[in-house]
Design a protein around this ligand. Structure first.
Ligand code: NAP
Length: 465
């Protein structure tokens, strides 16, 4: 009786957690409700973990407490990394999530063998293969993003054939195990081959594609968790894993579309190879540069300004200065909007998060499709630390590695001002013809410092070097 009541209470907690997970994903879809979404997700995770810890089948908490302390010891510092390191941090989280899913699947097999059913073996096999390849794949992705490993795609002849053969071998071993679940000597081989496949899967992909790969690995980790939910008969894990898996997959599709790439091209195209050659081949061409005073004068005379932020704004943490310049210009009656490219920065929504942190009104942040029609009427396009997402070569140069990627049409504005520290290339490693146009003024300097100097000029404080 008592245990039935406890079970009902736990089931109710799981149902509430499941509903909150679904609401969290929905609310995270808009900046207006995103905070609520984060909170709902946190409460759902706490409820699901809490309910699992209250399971009457749990008799010994010693190991749980030890692993909790180790996990918190790793997780708390990871949660405090700089915003620009979030992509690699996310890759590491996926690696740990996938590792735990794989380890639980492995434990389930060894606890159950030789009485594992064929159906159970198929579930465990798929789950362990996906978990293992996601673990090593995510570690390689994190290493590339942290630049511990070379960012360039590492390719060799016949690579796709080798990789697919390794995946085929893992699946073949799994099929043998499904027919003969008691062949426990084959199990470590299946895990090992899947781990190797994770390395082979991500090594040939260039650094520029890592955020898309991470999103895809996120999706794999989610599906692996959902499969684990079937193995453990945990409905909340099935739902949370499926939500994670499908949302990660949808995000990868959106990112591929924003870069005008196909999945196949991201996974097998070795994007980034050509860039090394392109980087070295750049010849010196003259550009026009301007001082903060000149830039302030041009902005003060404008009636419409579109600000285009990019990765450099994130590096410089210039979002609060950008908010200040927005306020000053708006007070002068100038119409100021922001053009947000879906892959500006180093992770999806990077610019939205930073600008929201600086309290820029959401209705001033316009997506690429909305803002592109407005550039021809804009007096000034002020590019702050963005490069690739403004590169007109994507429209015209068929040989460019970013050819076909939709860009923000800043070159159609009457005047273009670009704040960056040097003529260095952006993430794709290629030159930007925008900088050599007659209408373009280069404002060389750190984004935060340069915007600060313009603000001083606009406020009449005028000291500059
Ligand atoms: P970007 O092309 O990487 O260019 C950023 C520019 O910022 C650099 O040229 C750099 O020039 C400048 N910069 C760096 N630090 C700065 C500072 N402190 N102050 C001022 N400028 C600074 O960035 P993006 O235009 O945002 O494009 C994003 C790239 O990432 C695209 O190639 C996109 O495909 C790729 N990507 C993004 C995602 C995503 O989810 N967001 C996903 C996949 C791929 P200097 O060194 O001269 O200053």
């Amino acid at each position: 009786m008592n245990s039935i009541a406890t079970q009902q209470l736990l089931d109710s907690a799981y149902i509430v957690a499941t509903v909150l997970f679904i609401l969290a994903i929905k609310w995270l879809g808009s900046p207006v409700t995103a905070r609520r979404g984060v909170l709902a997700g946190e409460i759902a995770a706490a409820l699901a973990v809490g309910a699992t810890l209250c399971n009457p089948e749990l008799v010994d908490y010693k190991w749980i407490i030890i692993t909790l302390v180790i996990g918190a010891g790793i997780g708390i510092p990871l949660g405090m990394v700089h915003m620009t390191a979030v992509p690699q941090r996310t890759a590491l989280s996926h690696a740990f999530g996938a590792l735990s899913a794989a380890l639980i699947g492995i434990a389930e097999y060894y606890v159950g063998v030789p009485h594992v059913t064929r159906f159970g073996m198929a579930e465990i096999g798929l789950e362990v293969i996906i978990g293992s390849l996601t673990f090593t794949g995510s570690l390689i992705a994190a290493g590339k993003l942290q630049e511990i490993l070379p960012q360039r795609p590492i390719v060799y002849k016949g690579q796709n054939l080798v990789s697919l053969s390794v995946l085929g071998a893992a699946i073949l071993i799994m099929i043998i195990l499904v027919v003969h679940p008691e062949y426990s000597h084959l199990f470590p081989a299946m895990v090992g081959v899947a781990l190797v496949f994770g390395v082979l899967l991500v090594t040939p992909i260039g650094g520029a594609d890592m955020p898309t790969v991470i999103s895809l690995l996120n999706s794999y980790a989610g599906f692996s968790a959902a499969l684990l939910g079937f193995v453990l008969n945990s409905k909340v894990l099935v739902v949370a894993g499926a939500l994670d898996g499908s949302s990660g997959f949808i995000l990868s599709v959106i990112m591929c579309k924003a870069m005008n790439r196909s999945f196949m091209n991201v996974m097998f195209g070795a994007f980034g190879q050509e860039h090394i050659a392109a980087k070295g081949a750049g010849e010196e061409r003259p550009v026009r540069s301007a001082t903060p005073e000149e830039a302030a004068g041009i902005l003060a005379a404008a009636s419409t300004v579109v600000i285009v932020p990019g990765y450099g704004m994130a590096v410089a943490q210039a979002q609060h200065k950008v908010r200040e310049i927005y306020d000053i210009l708006t007070k002068r009656g100038i119409d100021v909007k922001f053009g947000i490219h879906p892959v500006a920065g180093r992770m999806p929504g990077h610019m939205n998060v930073l600008l929201a942190e600086a309290d820029i009104p959401y209705d001033k942040l316009l997506d690429m499709d909305e803002i592109n029609g407005e550039f021809p009427q804009a007096d000034v396009a002020l590019v702050i630390g963005a490069n690739d997402v403004t590169n007109p070569a994507a429209r015209t140069e068929t040989s460019s590695p970013i050819f076909g990627m939709p860009i923000l049409d800043v070159d159609k504005a009457r005047t273009v001002m670009v704040i960056k520290r040097s003529m260095a290339a952006g993430f794709a490693g290629i030159d930007n013809p925008l900088y050599y146009l007659d209408k373009t003024l280069m404002l060389f300097g750190d984004a935060k410092g340069f915007v600060g100097s313009i603000i001083r000029e606009l406020s009449g404080g005028g000291s500059h070097g």
